[in-house]
Design a protein around this ligand. Structure first.
Ligand code: UD1
Ligand code: UDP
Length: 392
């Protein structure tokens, strides 16, 4: 049973994952301390999420900032090691697959602090992705492996992980989505950008496999301008991508593709939910669009989230212009389709907190209690979840 957990966050996709985790642990009477590594630091990439998602003030910000993989990972390791020396932590919880995740897991494991990995077991089987290396390493080190979907369990078992370390809990990103959706729906983001519901497409791109290759990025920019002839696109641009577009002087037709700064979580969710189509290479966005039922085209050759393709709305389209344009037309013709993914029900973090604080086995299947989402009870973390299949 843990009593003094520390939760780590560092980069944009970590914040929607730690927000419900902090709430759920507090709800079980074990409030966690949050440490922000400072991997992401622009207000639009970090601070804005604390406000939208009611994330408590971090106990520390390690302020590591940007750098090469080794520089950034090492800076996080040195800083978290020093911080942990006087922290008296009895568990360290990391989320996702960014450099902060692996750096903190490695330090804690060597310091004898048990590690919990939230979003364990995901595999793209593509070691050219830095995140894949991070995933494999963190899963090897963690005591508790909290998986979002059954494919994660299978991947871990295939790597020889003991079954008692694996807990299928569902998708924590979806906890935040349901928490924030009612408020996102009240926002005027769509109209403020001169758009209409289901009358536009939303774009996010930031993976090195795409944006760090100028020819590929230029070709995708032309593809977006072409899709924009039929459907206006809005593109909140990640800092990595903005730098490459500027450095390589890659044009995007402003009549067809509206470029904006990275958006706060609620504004982004408002657009994502109202979009007719999403084009992305983000992991989290593949998941969110699946839950929202919004057609999603992923500009990658693989995904570590296959369930979004088999049960959600996601389709892998690579980088080829003809393939992407025809997939966009087909997706628009097909329209929305609600996904049906077990345990992506907004209660994953409650299951994690129960495993950590009571040692209770995570339920293997819980019917989605969709009616509870957005209710005061749900937002306060008080919605009751059945602990056995079929239990009411
Ligand atoms: C990181 C994660 C990636 C995740 C993405 C989410 C790793 C290896 N990669 O990629 O898995 O999908 O975050 O967004 O951890 N920058 C700013 N302001 C910021 C942060 C970054 O301008 O607040 C710029 C810097 O020039 C930096 C570059 O963006 O060098 C890349 O940042 P970095 O954290 O290294 O990687 P991401 O591409 O953001
Ligand atoms: N997101 C956001 N504003 C944006 C783009 C994305 O709030 O302008 C959110 C999105 O809803 C999701 C998360 O950021 O919750 C995904 O992060 P990102 O795409 O940076 O990382 P990945 O999931 O690919 O690791």
């Amino acid at each position: 049973m843990i009593r003094r957990p520390v939760v780590i966050a560092g980069a944009r996709p970590n914040f929607p994952k730690v927000a419900p985790l902090m709430r759920a642990l507090a709800g079980e009477g074990v409030p966690a301390r949050l440490v922000h590594t400072g991997q992401h630091y622009d207000a639009a990439m970090s601070a804005s999420f604390f406000e939208c998602l009611d994330i408590p003030e971090p106990a520390a910000n390690l302020g590591v900032g940007s750098g090469s993989h080794a520089t950034q990972t090492a800076a996080v390791m040195v800083a978290i090691e020093t911080w942990l020396e006087s922290a008296d932590a009895d568990a360290l919880l990391v989320v996702g697959d960014v450099n902060s995740t692996v750096a903190c897991a490695l330090v804690a494991a060597k310091a004898g602090i048990p590690v919990g990995h939230v979003e364990a077991g995901l595999r793209s089987f593509d070691r050219s992705m830095p995140e894949e290396i991070n995933r494999v390493m963190v899963d090897a080190l963690a005591t508790w492996l909290f998986t979002p979907s059954a494919d994660g369990d299978e991947n871990l078992r295939a790597e020889g992980v003991e079954p008692e370390r694996i807990h299928l809990v569902g998708n924590v990103m979806v906890d935040s989505l349901y928490y924030a959706l009612p408020e996102a729906r009240r926002r005027s983001t769509v109209a403020d950008l001169g758009l209409t519901r289901e009358g536009f497409g939303l774009v996010t791109l930031h993976r090195p496999a795409l944006v760090d290759h100028p020819d590929r990025l230029a070709d995708v920019a032309r593809t977006l301008s072409e899709i924009g002839k039929r459907l206006p696109l809005v593109f909140p641009v990640h800092p990595r991508t903005r730098q490459m577009l500027q450095r390589c002087d890659i044009p995007l037709d402003p009549r067809r593709v509206q470029i904006v700064e990275p958006l706060g979580y609620l504004d982004f969710l408002a657009l994502e939910e109202a979009a007719a189509l999403v084009l992305t290479d983000s992991g989290g966005v593949q998941e969110e669009t699946s839950v929202l039922g919004v057609p999603c085209l992923t500009l990658r050759d693989n995904t570590e989230r296959p369930v979004t393709v088999t049960r959600g709305t996601n389709r892998l389209v690579g980088f080829d212009r003809g393939t992407i344009v025809s997939a966009a037309h087909a997706a628009l013709a097909r329209g929305r389709r609600p996904a049906d993914i077990p345990l992506w029900d907004g209660q994953a973090c409650q299951r994690i907190a129960q495993v950590l604080t009571r040692g209770a086995p995570a339920p293997q299947f819980v019917p989605p209690a969709l009616a509870a989402h957005g209710s005061e009870e749900f937002r306060a973390g008080r919605a009751r979840i059945p602990s056995r299949p079929g239990e009411e």
